[in-house]
Ligand binder design. Structure first.
Ligand SMILES: *Cc1c(COP(=O)(O)O)cnc(C)c1O
Length: 360
């Protein structure tokens, strides 16, 4: 199997064994003589896949199924930007603006009601995570984005927000590291960064918070209805959920979130240490070490022309793809999600050394 070195920010690299299991299940699931895509979502066999994936997600997060429920919905993380305020913004909500995805979440909340941006790093083009956030103790909730996919910053520690329900977009670092997930009232994540293909969004919701949900929320946008129908109000994204299920099993086989985290830190630090040692050529974007993302690692080269040349040569000479930084900041972005092997990072750094010698 020829594998490109795919450093895409999303949809992104998945474990080879998950791809193989999926390829088999697409042809014939468990020798049932039908594809996983051809089965009723209410069949006994598919129901087992769905329920096990929900249970494994909670297990990995160390959450109690009595207290939390896992939904698999369509519409991407982007639909959650609207669903959260539609269900929970009664008087006012607090948002922390740490990048383009936070801004989109804020934009949707404004459709619904009073939305306070209580902290922002926009003035310095999102190069850090704001500290000492002056949140409103009477807000309906506070919303953060745990990993900023475009700008390469990450909340390593989650501050204490008292009794204000905490909502997080974890699209690009879900299941990459252990967290105290019980701090959150609602977590959502598009699957296509770290846990599966596009087409499914995982929502983890605290049951006690559901009681506070607003009345008269339209059916398909209503969390309570999805929970009451065990995430099967309508036909779920059956195949993507299957892939997420296999990926969660793979994570468990690696030793769970602690082991995955250690590996992710190792990969990221190989790159950050290399950038820091060669900071006149590979200029690290995030200077504050404690705010650096372990998932999306960004740097700039001395000129735009060199950045373009680097991305082009990485692809043509090394089969290393998707290294171009987001168009809003340029530069180089290396996405090192769970399934990215450490050998890829070592090879990439080898190429970076050669490129620097030739172009400095
Ligand atoms: C990619 C991404 C999104 C958008 O996800 P969709 O599933 O495309 O809607 C939202 N938030 C973050 C942090 C992301 O990385």
């Amino acid at each position: 199997m020829n594998r490109a070195f795919n450093f895409s920010a999303g949809p992104a690299v998945l474990p080879v064994e998950v791809l193989q299991e999926t390829a088999q299940a697409v042809l014939d699931y468990n020798n049932l003589g039908m594809s996983i895509m051809e089965m009723s979502h209410r069949s006994k066999e598919y129901d087992a896949v769905f329920k096990e994936t929900q249970a494994d997600a909670l297990k990995l997060m160390n959450l109690n199924p009595e207290e939390y429920y896992v939904l698999f919905l369509g519409g991407g993380a982007s639909l959650q930007f609207l669903m959260v305020p539609l269900n929970f913004l009664k008087n006012k909500a607090d948002y922390v603006n740490t990048g383009a995805w936070s801004k989109k979440a804020i934009k949707e909340a404004k459709w619904v009601g009073t939305t306070n941006v209580v902290a922002s790093s926009e003035e310095t083009n999102f190069d850090h995570i704001p500290k000492n956030i002056p949140y409103n103790t009477d807000a309906d909730y506070i919303h953060i984005t745990t990993n900023n996919t475009i700008y390469g910053t990450q909340w390593r520690e989650i501050p204490d927000f008292g009794n204000v329900p905490l909502v997080a977009d974890m699209s690009s670092d879900i299941f990459s590291c252990p967290r105290d997930f019980s701090k959150f009232s609602l977590i959502y994540a598009g699957a296509q960064k770290n846990i599966g293909p596009s087409g499914v969004t995982m929502v983890v919701i605290k049951k006690s918070w559901l009681e506070k949900q607003k009345e008269n929320v339209p059916t398909m946008l209503n969390y309570k209805i999805h929970v009451e129908n065990e995430s099967l109000y309508n036909t779920p994204p059956c195949l993507p959920v299957y892939v997420v299920g296999r990926t969660l099993k793979w994570i468990m086989k690696q030793g769970g979130l602690e082991a995955i985290n250690q590996n992710n830190i190792k990969k990221a630090n190989l790159l950050y240490d290399f950038f820091d040692a060669n900071a006149d050529f590979y200029i690290p974007r995030v200077k504050d070490k404690e705010d650096r993302s372990y998932m999306n690692i960004c740097c700039n080269l001395p000129t735009k022309e060199l950045e373009e040349k680097f991305v082009a040569e990485a692809k043509s000479k090394m089969q290393m793809t998707n290294l171009k930084g987001h168009r809003s900041i340029g530069g180089v972005r290396v996405s090192t999600y769970n399934a990215c092997p450490i050998e890829w990072i070592e090879k990439l750094i080898g190429f970076m050394e050669v490129f620097m010698k030739e172009n400095k």
